[in-house]
Design a protein around this ligand. Structure first.
Ligand code: IPE
Ligand code: IPE
Ligand code: MG
Length: 242
């Protein structure tokens, strides 16, 4: 068992949940089966995060670029999401988990938007952890939306260009009000960000594991958090004792 320092739990963990398709293919199944197994991992990681005291958990569930996938896979993912939300509502209520989303939610099928909004509404008073699902999310699209909103304000003389600061930009992003991630996990061994949280990850600690998402266990998650606890975050300063 991994022992964690309860005083150094990352406040915000973000995860690129990758490798469902390969996991299924390796076992001779269709990709959708991998997504189904992946949904079980989501549940385990949400529960573990809540147990160890992570306050913000952000999961990359569907990227803007994932719309390029075959229709049947997209439909299966949307259906799985609806099923997940229905099934997990009671658990979220019992554990004080508040649901949030980032991304161009308006692009999702109406039935998916409906259950998302319903779950957000039902869980809005929960205080223990914020679970954010990145859906139809792209970091560049988020920056475009923010720049457009800011440009409109400048054009309307509500804002001067000299008012544009780091804080102002952060507050114009989908993640307004959320702290930047302390720790980013990517499964399936790809060394890339894939358009996730481009602005917010500037000083995030990265952890990449070859494990495919359906095989990612609570034990590995806790080991990853333990590794985070041994990192020295310098934010551009000199290290301690130097
Ligand atoms: C991650 O698994 C889930 C989504 C992107 C929705 P993938 O479906 O990308 O699985 P691989 O990377 O093809 O194995
Ligand atoms: C990133 O995985 C998106 C999600 C996990 C939702 P992808 O499988 O889409 O990323 P690439 O194509 O390997 O970069
Ligand atoms: Mg992938």
């Amino acid at each position: 068992m991994t022992t964690l320092n309860s005083h150094n739990i990352p406040r915000h963990v973000a995860i690129i949940m990758d490798g469902n398709g390969r996991w299924a293919r390796q076992k001779g199944f269709g990709r959708v089966f991998g997504h189904e197994k992946g949904a079980e991992t989501v549940r385990d990681v949400v529960t573990a995060s809540r147990e160890i005291g992570v306050r913000w958990l952000t999961l990359y569930a569907f990227s803007e670029e994932n719309w390029k996938r075959p229709q049947h896979e997209i439909q299966a993912l949307m259906k799985l999401l609806r099923r997940f939300l229905k099934r997990e509502l009671d658990e979220m209520q019992e554990n004080g988990i508040k649901l949030n989303t980032i991304g161009r939610i308006e692009k999702l099928p109406a039935a998916t938007q409906e259950i998302l909004l319903h779950t957000i509404q039902k869980t809005r008073e929960n205080q223990d952890m914020v679970l954010t699902l990145a859906l139809s999310y792209g970091g560049r699209q988020e920056i475009i939306d923010a720049v457009q909103a800011i440009a409109r304000k400048v054009a309307n003389h509500e804002l001067d260009s000299s008012d544009i600061t780091e804080t102002l930009i952060s507050n114009a992003l989908y993640t307004q009000g959320m702290p930047d991630p302390d720790f980013l996990i990517r499964t399936s061994g790809e060394y890339r960000i894939s358009n996730f949280l481009l602005w917010q990850l500037s000083y995030t600690e990265l952890y990449i594991t070859p494990t495919l998402w359906p095989d990612f266990t609570k034990a590995e998650y806790l080991r990853a958090i333990s590794e985070y606890q041994h990192r020295e975050r310098r934010f551009g300063s000199t290290g301690t004792g130097q």
